[in-house]
Design a binder for this molecule. Structure first.
Ligand code: NZQ
Ligand code: ZN
Length: 385
């Protein structure tokens, strides 16, 4: 285990009805709020009304910015930053999934930056100051509610880039599992695949971290236990609650502390969503089993076996290679059981951009668990086509 600094300061308000504390959460941070949301799900399920009522009752000034896209665009970030400056905003309040929260985080930084918001996405070191963010999560997936990252797309240049800074970590997040009961089966499945991928990205490191790995296996077991349950019974509060808390812990840094590693599957997927605007978790579910098959070797088999035995219930008496193969097949089967596609062709992706996407992804995968060159990434895309 390497040295690390543990500092995960986001205050979490977890459980049904926690939104009622919103006025007290906002009070020390500011009284002029930018409400940020997506395509309107919060207006259908009543969350918008609940929040606006609280803001009005407490005489909290608010401005609204709706219409944040899944795979949020840089243009929307610019719009939000301009609103913050114009209206003297002090706190950014996203209500939604990862796209809305990510957009709000970069809005919060761009509002304090003199240049163009895209600079902050391209070069995270330019993030020197940000307004506080308080998030209200409505979809369990990205962990944006408790992490330092934000992923923004520039459709003109076909770039989808993750930026990050401790300054972007929300000051507080409200996690009410009942808010996720209206999430569709497809988005629940994609979100669960995303959580599982975050866990595995941190798990597959060449640096030892016994405690972190056992925690990771517990989180993965939680997703396996409750992903399908939430899809079959959308109102299952316990399933929704477990997925929600797992989403935050999968990527709030804890699992990676002491065993940092460059991620493997996320850089490959970000190219898919940059070029084809597909749902992030769907791209991950398609690529993950193929990545696993590609990197499986005598050297990596023990790690796959440990994951299989401890999270999937694979028979520990099998050889490392046999157990690893089962781990991979169980993973692929689970994604399919949740109703997710298994091939790129199913989401309309052909071979036309494999070369350029592989080149771009490889810039980040050269030092991952098993280093991947552009040729390796292309081979994985080929396996997944
Ligand atoms: O826009 P609305 O109308 O709210 O609808 C959304 C959207 O259509 C809907 N939804 C959200 N909550 C709902 C709901 N529908 C019904 N009931 C609810 N309670 O779900 C759709 C998808 O929402 P989105 O926010 O796009 O999904 P997700 O949370 O999966 O976020 C995906 C984005 O986050 C990035 C991804 O790349 C992608 O851009 N990521 C962010 C990360 C981070 N900040 O750390 C890490 C991840 O690896 C990921 O890259
Ligand atoms: Zn992800």
């Amino acid at each position: 285990m390497k040295n690390f600094v543990y500092a995960i300061p986001t205050k979490i308000y977890f459980g049904e009805g926690q939104v009622n504390k919103l006025d007290r959460i906002l009070a020390p941070l500011g009284s002029r709020v930018l409400l940020v949301y997506g395509g309107g799900s919060i207006k259908k399920n009543g969350i918008y009304d609940a929040v606006v009522d609280i803001l009005k009752e407490n005489d909290i000034f608010y401005e609204e910015m709706g219409g944040v896209e899944p795979n949020p665009r840089i243009e929307t970030v610019r719009r939000g930053a301009a609103l913050c400056r114009e209206k003297g905003i002090e706190v950014v309040l996203p209500i939604g999934g990862g796209s809305t929260i990510d957009c709000a985080k970069v809005v919060a930084a761009a509002a304090c930056y003199d240049g163009d918001a895209w600079d902050l996405v391209k070069d995270a070191r330019r993030i020197r100051k940000a307004l506080p963010v308080v998030s209200i999560l409505t979809l369990s997936a990205t962990g944006s509610e408790m992490d330092t990252f934000a992923v923004i797309s520039n459709m003109e240049t076909k770039e989808k880039i993750g930026t990050g800074s401790p300054l972007l970590r929300p000051a507080a997040s409200i996690l009410d599992p009942s808010y996720t009961e209206s999430v569709s089966a497809y988005q629940t499945a994609a979100g669960t695949a995303d959580i599982m991928s975050h866990i595995m990205e941190a798990y597959f490191s060449n640096i030892e971290g016994y405690l972190q790995d056992r925690m990771a296996e517990g989180l993965l077991k939680t997703c396996i236990e409750f992903g399908v349950k939430a899809i079959q019974n959308p109102d299952d509060y316990e399933a929704r609650a477990n997925l929600m808390w797992a989403s935050s812990w999968a990527i709030n840094d804890f699992l990676a502390l002491g065993k940092p590693v460059a991620w493997s599957v996320h850089p490959m997927e970000h190219e898919l969503s940059a070029f084809y605007d597909i749902t992030h978790g769907v791209g991950l579910a398609i690529l993950t089993p193929h990545w696993m098959r590609y990197v499986l070797s005598e050297k990596t088999a023990e790690k796959f076996k440990a994951l299989g035995v401890n999270a999937w219930g694979v028979d520990s008496s099998l050889t490392a290679m046999e157990a690893a193969a089962q781990t991979i097949e169980r993973t692929a089967e689970y994604f399919q059981r949740m109703g997710l596609p298994a091939r790129l062709a199913e989401v309309g992706i052909g071979e036309e951009n494999f070369d350029v996407m592989a080149q771009k992804a490889a810039a980040q995968t050269r030092s991952s668990y098993v280093p991947l060159t552009a040729e390796d990434v292309k081979a994985i895309y080929q396996m997944a086509k």
